[in-house]
Design a protein around this ligand. Sequence first.
Ligand SMILES: [Zn+2]
Length: 208
Amino acid sequence: MDRRSFLRLGASGIAGCVCGCATSRRSISSRLAIREDFIPDGKFGRQIHVPLRPSFITVHSTGSPGGTAAAHARLLREGKIRAKTQWNKRGFNIWHFTVDDREVIQHMPLNEAGEHADHDGPGNAKSIGIEICEFRDARQQRRALDRAAELVSDVRRSFGIGTSHIVPHYYWTMHRFNNWHKPCPAILMDGGKPGAKWDGFLRTVMRS
Ligand SMILES: [Zn+2]
């Protein structure tokens, strides 16, 4: 493990390691206060630990307007977000961060792969999953998007992830579903695909 591997954790000051070793918790250096509300270890999708060395960031939006980060954290912690397909071998959808207009919550360690993108595909195997909360109020949505951009920027820097590896869920091919591409994050799609809104979000990330 080299010195580069050690990163400062803004929220609690715990040192983390990004080298893939299992000796310490991995975390990001963030300007945002990140609250940890972890899915219980051994349950609700974390009964299997798939090692993750993140080289992508996958951005989603929740699809549940009005649902806050805290509400999603509770659903994850209580095992209420069950898999909808047989291809999700964990039985639950799980991801790393949810961000709303007020806070960022981390749900699982960053050295464990989630189940949020493409079942047994590279999206889950290689990426940190970030869900942006959806709101009907435009100003609230704007704040959530700005905060999400800041989080993506911080995660990107912490793990040395290049801009081309910041991707919408849409990017990953659902090879279990006739190579479908999910139009997600819905709030950043144009006509069901990445376009001007996604490009604008990426620009905000790069300015953050
Ligand atoms: Zn998604």
